[in-house]
Each structure stands twice: as structure tokens, then as C-alpha cells.
Design a protein around this ligand. Sequence first.
Ligand code: SER
Length: 584
Amino acid sequence: MKAIEIREKYLKFFERHNHKRIPSASLIPENDPSVLFTTAGMQPLVPYLLGQKHPEGTRLTDYQKCVRTNDIEEVGDNRHLTFFEMLGNWSLGDYFKEESIAMSFEFLTKELGIPVEKISVTCFAGDEDCERDNVTAECWKKAGIAEDHIYFYGKDDNWWIAGEEGPCGPDTEMFYDTGKEPCGPDCQPSCDCGKYVEIWNNVFMQFLKKDGKYTKLPQQNVDTGMGLERITFLLEGKKDPFETELFAPVMDKLQELATNDSIESRRIAAEHLRSSMMIIADGGRPSNVDRGYVLRRIIRRMTRHLNKLGIDLSKMSDLIDLDIDILKDMYQELDANRETIKETIIAEQEKFMRTLERGEREFTKVINKLKAENKNLIDADTAFNLYETYGFPPEITRELAKENNFEVVETAEIEKKFKEHQEKSKAGSEQKFKGGLSGTGEQEIKYHTATHLLNAALRVVISPDCHQKGSNITPERMRFDFNCDHKLTDEEKQKLEDQVNAWIEQDLPVSFEEMNKNDAAAKGAEHEFLERYPDIVKVYTIGDVSMEICGGPHVEHTGVLGHFKIKKEEASSAGIRRIKAILE
Ligand code: SER
């Protein structure tokens, strides 16, 4: 069964079980600056797992594009991917363990036709934070899983949380037995030998972890995730995702073009090509910070491996065309952004090629010097310098080192240098911002004040529950995202405009006060990401209509704003609407 067919089967199955199909969110989280990429299906749904009402109801299903780069150095083996797709179904305080397990069992055995004896499951063994999950084990037995196919593990294996804090809970994981010989008498699903492959994870999200403590969420949720690439290669009887239709045509093409073949290099090139195309299609661009930097690393690592394979970069445009053609039915955004994808990847490769040679020369110098000193370890400063001066991402330094029998300090050490460096440059730009209006033009300042007015008007006109979920200002327009469960009517838009314009005409004074952020929140100041602010914040008030935590700058009185006009209102993501507006 092809990946696209499995996806459709999955979504249809859950639709039949009264789930609403929702679209995949962008790989680039619009309203959450705390993460670089969407890393799991649940991520765009966090507000709803925490209790906010989802406009589509309490049963949802989707496929979600995900990027995880913490294991980027492992890509090249037969299972690690930086981009992957997760199929998911959610209960937002609706069904819980029994129904969730019954549906998973039915889907695996009936829809996908997996023989029951090939399935093993794992449950949470229990600890001081949460009891042993006997209920889940009972549900599996009732569904038809034999007792000796049910395993219990602790938090390391059977507890799921995205990062350090947030909604979480015990999970139950489903494993597919590939039929390989067990690696030993203790071979189990938790074992890494490849006999058992995890195919699905149902998380019973009922806790919130904050400051190291677990509290109960107001509702019991289910969050499930099935890795599409994995289930595809298993059902197709292939050895790994690279043998499936998602990668095989590119893998074969690379083999045909290579003068120095290596399957690891082909996997890295094919995987990183797909991943960078998907990120670019969702608006990502290479740069030196944050997600732009991750994209840069992916493209550069791909380029180095194409080089190693002996593949000329003049083939890039054809390779991209080929990859888009095999994936475009699954991701229409690739076809729609074909030219941008090509331009972005090729421009980055050209930049990298200009420095690669110089960098490799510098690298040779570094190791010759170390050899003369009888050392074989490249330290964090050297690795960082290779990046700063020659554009060498750490994993390239590591790969070159390995080829020369050299060691490199832990990636974490190098990452620390990067962080220190990024913080320095961030501090620099914040300094600039504090210093007043540099970098912020008069028109942007006006739009900035207008966003506060629009934010306040939403709560008057639409609902007291509407709050800002993101904004973006250029000298030409403002863009404002907010939570709202419906498309605004023409009448609502008109009322919003009228309200904002009335406040502009009243020429309200704008002023700010500095205070502790918790005091500000307690006073009811609007804020988006309290935990990300410094302890002392500025609180801007506009007359008695708006109070918001904000760095500024703003106009001194609203009369100078002119006339506020909404140009567009549209969906931004699930439950989030977007307004584009101008001041004329
Ligand atoms: N959030 C869980 C995961 O990513 C299940 O969807 O595995």
C-alpha cells in the first residue's frame, strides 16, 4: 500500500468514527516562538489539549508535517529522518483509553490487515507521579492482544511530553514484529535491534508538567501519532523508508549519477533534500539564526554528501524536479513553490561551495597542527571558528574529523558556543530596540499602536475570549492573528473598524509604566508569552481601553493614526483567524 493510500485510509477511518479532518499546520509554528519547527502532531493543538474549545469539536484527525533535527547526525542510517509525517487522531476530553485502543486495534488489524500476532504493545509501569496503567493493558487484552505481547515500561519509554514542560501523560505504544530473529533471550519491543518497530503511540494526556511538578488537566485527552514513513515501509515489505516510493526514485537517480557511491551519503542527500524542500515550501529560508540556521545546516550537509558522491551540482535543478514530482500529490505546496525551492537551495549551495574549499584547507591546517602537538581532539572553539569563518556546520566538522581519525568534543559543547554567540547578537539588537526608534520607522510605530487597539476592539466586538496569537508589521500593513471559532462576518468586520476608528478619533493618550511581569498579568495586562518576558516589563496603556505588556515603541496619542481599514480576514491555522489591515 502506498503512503498516500495509507494516509487516506487512516483519515477516512477516523472520519467514520466521527472525527473531523483538519489540515496539517505549517512546519513553521506561527504563534509559538518557543519552538523552531512543528515537531509533533499535538503541537498545534496544545491550547485545545489544555482545555480551550476547538472549533471543529472534540474528535479530530489529521496528517501533520513534522521536522525534528536533534538526531540530524544519525541521518544516514536506515531509520532516522529529519522530516516525517505523522498521522494522528485526537480526543479533546471526549473518548479515553478503551475507545482509543479499540479503534487503534481495529485500524491495524482490519484496515491495514496486520496479523494480530505481529503486534506487541507497551504500557506505563507506574511511579510516584502516576499509577501503573493496568486499565490500558486490560483494554488491549479485551481487543485481542495476547498477554505475552503486552509489556510494561517506565517513564523513559512509556511517558510522552514535547520537550520539558506542557501537557503529557502515560502512553501505550504499538510495535510491529518484522520477523527478524530475536537478538537474544531478552529481546523485547524496547530493544533497538530492529526486530520490533514502533508504529503508533497513543498518549493519554491528562497531566500538565510545570516547574517539575505534575498537575491534572481539566480534561482527559488522547493524542496519537503514527509515523507514515515507517508504517509504509513495513506494509510494503521493504527494509526501510528509503526503499519506498517516497525515496526510491531519488535514491536510484543518485546512484546513477554517483561516481563514488555510498548508501549513507545517498540517504543523507535524499532525506535532507526532501526536508529542506518542505521547510522552504512552508516559508523557511536559510540564515544564521534559529530555524534559518537549521535549514542552512540541512542544505549544507546535503551538499557535502552530493560532493562526496561525486555528483555535480549542475544536476540540482533536475533532482529537485524529480523529488517534487514524486511528492507533489501528497504535498501540493511543493509544486506551488517549485521555483522558490530551486532558487533557495541552489543559492545556498553556491554560497557554501565558495567556502567549502577554503574551509577544507583550513580544516587540514587545524588537524596538521593538532597532529604536531600529538593531539587528536578538535575543541569547541575550533569547531565554532570553522563555522563562523568558513560556514562549516558542526556535523560537517565532525564528519571530516571522522574521515581523518580525529575526535570532536560533544556537540552540546559546540552548541553552547553557538548559544553564547547568538545571545550576544540578540542582546545587541535588543539594545538597539531599547535605544528608541532605530530600525523602527514612523509608520511601523503607528501600526504597532493600531494592533493594540484592534486587540482591545476584538474583545469588545467579538468575544472577551479573543486574544492576540501573533502579529507582523511592515511599513505597508499590519497582520494580526487571534483565536476565534468562526469566520468574521461583514458586520463584525465593520464594527471592529468602527470601534478602532472611534478610539483613534478620541485621540487617547498612550503611556507606559514598568513593573514586575506577574503584577502586570495580575492587573489584567494582555500578554502572549509571559514566560518569555524578562521579570520587569513595560505595560502600555491607551486611555482606558487597552493595557498590554509590550516593549514598544508607540505613538503618544491615537489621533495621529489616521483611518483604520481591514483589508482581509482569513483562517491562519485551526482556531486562529488573521486580519490584514492598513492605516490610510
Ligand atoms: N505526541 C505523540 C508523539 O509524537 C503522539 O502523537 O509520538
